[in-house]
Design a protein around this ligand. Structure first.
Ligand code: 2M8
Length: 451
């Protein structure tokens, strides 16, 4: 249902208003009664999807937007971990809640059931954007008051458990935590995990039966995804033990760039709820400075850092643009990073500029294969915001417009082929709908308030 008082109604042109209505219809179709599933392939609530859905929906359906975040935070662990999945009763997904066995973790809630890993921290940004867009500001302020301790605990968990040597860069222990599941960035780290058949937990995939197997990760990857979960279970999900032993430990550029901005937004939230913003601003500054470690002077681009190998990953991915979003670069450095856009771009339609998640010149670039080449709306959202921050306004508009036009022309797909613009993956995807709503409304009042 369109809220006639929605901030976007007046601002949008008729064709965009129609698109917004379609986006809301997708979200309503995927509404589970308490939260939104990403799509048919993913029948539970996912962490960073939920955040993007909430901020996109805020101006139109504040009630469900608020409920989305409340529902996600209901799954938060006692130690602050915000889980990457909050499970529903649906069973057509692997790995389901039985596989995670998070009851082995003292900090996990008994209800709702959750996974035992995290996803990129975009939640304070989502809560702040929701507040700035909400038609009922006092209701939204109440939500901020409610969420503030959980957001602080979530960031606190990341700085306490996921950084080492006082470095200020958060690390991930599973490719799913980075959000870019089968990115070639993880190939080196996964190849080092050599498994005997006995070490591979028994499991049955569902994703490649529901979805097109040509667009899904390989069994080689799933063996390692499952092994890493089993290893965390054996360690009772104890962060100190996992930090010491997990064979996969990466400091990702996208994850940390989102964390920088989320800290800034948490500082804004602190001001609204009458708390001291200083600690969150300090976290933002710490991580923004630490992103320097991810800069490879030779390749003139940002690369995720593989802690076990002691060096950067070899694949260049679109995550390398994320420090622009964090505002962590000098203007000179930003020019170099923007120069790299050409390797990731293809012209589509009249004025479209599609950004693939892996460079076209990369030997592992595959335009249909999930996080190994397709266009993802979240990447367009991050890159567009980063370009805008550095004054590339026209380019920023072009990047966000391209994502919107891909959706207008083809529907709300999970991802798109960068060479043809065809939709791929799940055809009625909530994450895409949430991000389109957000981009249609850009620049949001959150940005205006920040100036
Ligand atoms: C994908 O990841 C899940 C595992 O978390 C999967 O493949 O089953 C990724 O695209 C991830 O970034 C996304 O949040 C999730 C749900 O849309 O799907």
């Amino acid at each position: 249902m369109i809220n006639p008082d929605a901030a976007g109604v007046e601002r949008l042109e008729v064709s965009d208003l129609e698109l917004a209505k379609e986006a809301l219809a997708i979200l309503d179709r995927n509404w589970l009664g308490h939260a939104t599933r990403p799509g048919r392939l993913y029948p539970h609530q996912w962490s960073w999807d939920a955040a993007c859905i909430a901020m996109g929906r805020a101006a139109w359906d504040q009630g469900r937007a608020e409920q989305e975040l409340r529902s996600l935070f209901a799954g938060q662990w006692d130690n602050g971990l915000l889980p990457h999945i909050v499970f529903t009763d649906a069973d057509r997904y692997f790995p389901g809640r039985e596989f995670w066995q998070t009851e082995r973790a003292a900090a996990a809630p008994r209800s709702p059931h959750t996974s035992g890993i995290v996803q990129p921290p975009i939640h304070a940004t989502a809560a702040w954007r929701l507040f700035c867009r909400a038609p009922d500001r006092s209701g939204a302020k109440q939500l901020l008051v409610e969420l503030f301790p959980g957001l602080v605990a979530w960031h606190g968990y990341l700085y306490r458990e996921r950084t080492r040597d006082g470095e200020g860069l958060a690390e991930v222990w599973h490719p799913w935590e980075a959000g870019m599941d089968n990115s070639p960035a993880w190939d080196g780290a996964l190849a080092r995990i050599v498994l005997t058949p006995e070490q591979i937990p028994s499991y049955e995939r569902v994703d490649n039966r529901i979805g097109d197997p040509g667009e899904r990760p390989s069994d080689f990857d799933y063996d390692r995804y499952s092994y890493l979960v089993a290893r965390m279970q054996e360690l009772s999900y104890d962060p100190a033990s996992i930090r010491a032993e997990c064979p996969f430990a990466i400091q990702p550029a996208l994850f940390n760039s989102l964390l920088v901005q989320s800290n800034r937004d948490l500082a804004q939230i602190a001001c609204v709820v009458g708390e001291d913003p200083e600690p969150y601003q300090a976290w933002a500054d710490l991580t923004a400075g630490a992103l320097e470690k991810l800069w490879d002077e030779e390749r003139r681009f940002y690369f995720d850092f593989d802690l076990r190998a002691g060096t950067w990953v070899s694949a260049a991915t679109a995550a390398g643009f994320a420090p622009l979003y964090a505002g962590a670069l000098s203007v000179e450095r930003a020019i170099m990073v923007v120069d790299s856009l050409v390797r990731f771009s293809s012209e589509l339609g009249e004025d479209g500029l599609a950004l693939s998640c892996v460079g076209h010149d990369d030997p592992d670039f595959r335009p249909r294969l999930y996080w190994r080449g397709p266009v993802w709306p979240i990447i367009h959202w991050v890159v567009s915001a980063g370009l805008r921050r550095y004054g590339y306004t026209q380019l920023a508009d072009r990047v966000s417009r391209t994502a919107i036009e891909l959706v207008r022309n083809g529907g709300f797909w999970e991802h798109y082929n960068p060479l043809t613009g065809d939709g791929q993956g799940d055809p009625s995807f909530s994450w895409t709908a949430g991000l389109v709503l957000d981009m249609l409304d850009a620049p949001p009042s959150a940005e205006e308030d920040r100036r």
